[in-house]
Design a protein around this ligand. Structure first.
Ligand SMILES: *[C@@H]1O[C@H](CO)[C@@H](O)[C@H](O)[C@H]1NC(C)=O
Ligand SMILES: *[C@@H]1O[C@H](CO)[C@@H](O)[C@H](O)[C@H]1NC(C)=O
Ligand SMILES: *[C@@H]1O[C@H](CO)[C@@H](O)[C@H](O)[C@H]1NC(C)=O
Ligand SMILES: *[C@@H]1O[C@H](CO)[C@@H](O)[C@H](O)[C@H]1NC(C)=O
Ligand SMILES: *[C@@H]1O[C@H](CO)[C@@H](O)[C@H](O)[C@H]1NC(C)=O
Ligand SMILES: *[C@@H]1O[C@H](CO)[C@@H](O)[C@H](O)[C@H]1NC(C)=O
Ligand SMILES: *[C@@H]1O[C@H](CO)[C@@H](O)[C@H](O)[C@H]1NC(C)=O
Length: 523
């Protein structure tokens, strides 16, 4: 059945379209097995101690990470570093850290530190992460000071060798040498002759030293992340993974320990927002083109036997666009973005977080000024999650706790609706549908699409449980519920009664503009 004309339910004034969707019951052979930590995090390290807690753990951040572990059995991976990684030095006489920040502005209310000096306590706070967390830590390359990188590495190794960290099974999996080295000419870290050959030569010198300090070799657990570039030429010239390979990144003994290639990506840079910008972010086609543009890099990386991930990503740079990155619509963007990434060979997506950044999923510290324009808040804002956090929860629930769930993008003939199917042991378990048409404040008529499900192979399921992400308006910044429950709580733990519906599959399911449904199939 395909209804070309919308029909109107008079009682609600809702325009309903119908859409046929067929879902394979057995995992298609090309459906990748997806990491339970698909949605992971990158933390700007200048305020890492706000996340971890210095003398005792930050319970809010811990809970926000641990919620995901409770669902999938695996905590999110944490990469610590980013811009401030290249402004960090080590001083054994400092207990935790000393940090200098530039003046805040209306567009950047929470700027990155210009200078950070850390001691052993900075790194040993990693013990405060959930047990079993995998960590990637960045060391300074931007300042071309080998001693800084060496001392940081030694302190990192010491932290992970401590009894507290070992007992918690928190592991150092990768060291990253330098953040976004492709931008070093722009930010003054290198002169105008900086190029990929110089990058590889200097990186190799640093890596030899860091390898010795951290015991990185063919038998070690800890390996190197390579690249971590802000952009990519997607060719074998300039800064790209394939260009770095060509210039010999992998050819030295240390380079042979690069096992993972990191790409950073933002969908654009906007320091002011609008409803139109939010819709652009959410749009199915732009999510796909943003990500699939990296396909040449992913192919080249896999051809070397290496994994590829988005080591730092989020919606829009400038720490997010106000009224866009901090909204409920951004949750739908993040959900589709992470799931689509899994389909093109991206191992994990690390959503970048700072303190007070507009695009954060988690705000783990009390904020005293507005994230939108830096104006003082008359009442400080206690730690809280932002709407995009729900995307991490939904991905976790959709993946489940099998540890080896396969994900397959369902072909949906609609420019606004995306769908993904989830398989355990090769059998369909769940499906997620996302309606990314932005229903913005001021709009009155909210259309809904009636999904008519059919199964392409195997025996069909009779019933399904329907769980909804309910959003007032795409540009709302709170009040989102997931199956009737909220994570907008003072401790980041879920609250409220679960509200799901059980329905026959044959009845189909409605999905409104700016809504997500998770279907769990039953016999
Ligand atoms: C950073 O701060 C430290 C400690 O105050 C100081 O010794 C160092 O010179 C500063 N580095 C830069 C690059 O400004
Ligand atoms: C690494 O660099 C530090 C600081 O420059 C130096 O003291 C150390 O000897 C170097 N290690 C190796 C193995 O070259
Ligand atoms: C490099 O880092 C070391 C270790 O902190 C520091 O003593 C030294 O002054 C730094 N060198 C420069 C040129 O900043
Ligand atoms: C850039 O720096 C390198 C290494 O320090 C130096 O050899 C080169 O002469 C410099 N080039 C320019 C154009 O300043
Ligand atoms: C990425 O998405 C943004 C909208 O968020 C769009 O403006 C931009 O053109 C897209 N880039 C690509 C390469 O598709
Ligand atoms: C806000 O102020 C409180 C009280 O002075 C302080 O503890 C907290 O760290 C401040 N928040 C940030 C993000 O600086
Ligand atoms: C996709 O939908 C359009 C209408 O939106 C229709 O014209 C077209 O035939 C559909 N394609 C398939 C393969 O169903």
């Amino acid at each position: 059945m395909f209804l070309l004309a919308p029909f109107v339910l008079a009682a609600y004034g809702v325009v309903v379209f119908a859409l046929d969707v067929s879902v394979p019951v057995s995992a298609p052979s090309k459906a990748p097995t997806v990491s339970p930590a698909l949605v992971s995090f990158s933390i700007e390290q200048d305020r890492w101690l706000d996340w971890a807690g210095s003398t005792s753990r930050n319970e809010f951040a811990y809970n926000a990470f641990n919620n995901l572990k409770e669902i999938t059995g695996t905590p999110p991976w944490i990469r610590i570093g980013a811009d401030s990684e290249d402004h960090t030095n080590f001083n054994p006489r400092i207990q935790f850290s000393q940090t200098k920040f530039p003046a805040e502005t209306a567009t950047v209310p929470y700027p990155e530190a210009s200078n950070i000096t850390v001691g052993d306590g900075f790194y040993s706070a990693v013990a405060h992460l959930p047990p079993g967390t995998h960590v990637i830590w960045g060391v300074n390359f931007g300042q071309a000071n080998l001693t800084a990188a060496y001392l940081e590495t030694r302190s990192i190794v010491k932290a992970f060798d401590s009894p507290a960290v070992r007992e918690a099974g928190i592991t150092l999996d990768f060291i990253e040498i330098g953040n976004e080295a492709d931008l070093y000419i722009n930010n003054g870290a290198r002169n105008s002759s900086w190029n990929i050959q110089q990058y590889v030569a200097q990186w190799t010198t640093f890596a030899a030293n860091v390898s010795a300090a951290a015991g990185i070799n063919a038998d070690s657990r800890v390996k190197f992340v390579g690249a971590a570039f802000a952009e990519s030429t997607r060719t074998t010239s300039g800064f790209s993974p394939q260009s770095a390979f060509k210039a010999g990144l992998l050819d030295s003994p240390s380079g042979a320990q690069v096992k993972l290639i990191s790409q950073h990506h933002y969908s654009g840079s906007f320091c002011s927002g609008s409803g139109g910008l939010l819709q652009n972010l959410m749009t199915k086609a732009t999510i796909r083109s943003n990500l699939s543009s990296f396909s040449p890099d992913i192919t080249a990386t896999h051809a070397k036997g290496l994994s590829y991930f988005l080591g730092e990503t989020n919606s829009y740079s400038c720490h997010g666009a106000p009224g866009v990155s901090n909204t409920a619509g951004a949750a739908l963007w993040a959900l589709d973005y992470a799931l689509y990434s899994s389909q093109i060979g991206v191992e994990r997506t690390h959503f970048h977080e700072g303190i007070g950044y507009k695009y954060n999923l988690i705000q783990p510290a009390t904020l005293n000024r507005s994230i939108l324009d830096g104006s003082p808040l008359s009442t400080p804002l206690a730690p809280h999650i932002q709407p995009a956090y729900y995307s991490a929860i939904i991905v976790a629930e959709a993946l489940g706790d099998s540890g080896s769930t396969q994900v397959y993008e369902i072909s949906v003939n609609n420019t606004r609706i995306a769908g993904y199917a989830f398989y355990e042991g090769g059998s369909l378990q769940r499906a997620v549908f996302i309606n990314s048409l932005a229903f913005l404040k001021g709009a009155t008529s909210r259309s809904s699409t009636h999904l008519l499900l059919s199964f392409t192979d195997g025996s069909a399921f009779a019933t399904m449980t329907i769980k909804r992400l309910k959003i007032g308006y795409a540009d709302d910044t709170s009040g989102v519920t997931w199956g009737g429950q909220t994570y907008e709580t003072s401790d980041a733990k879920v609250s409220g009664d679960l509200d799901v519906q059980v329905a026959p599959v044959s009845a189909g399911v409605d999905i409104a503009e700016t809504e997500v449904v998770l279907l769990t199939f039953g016999s």
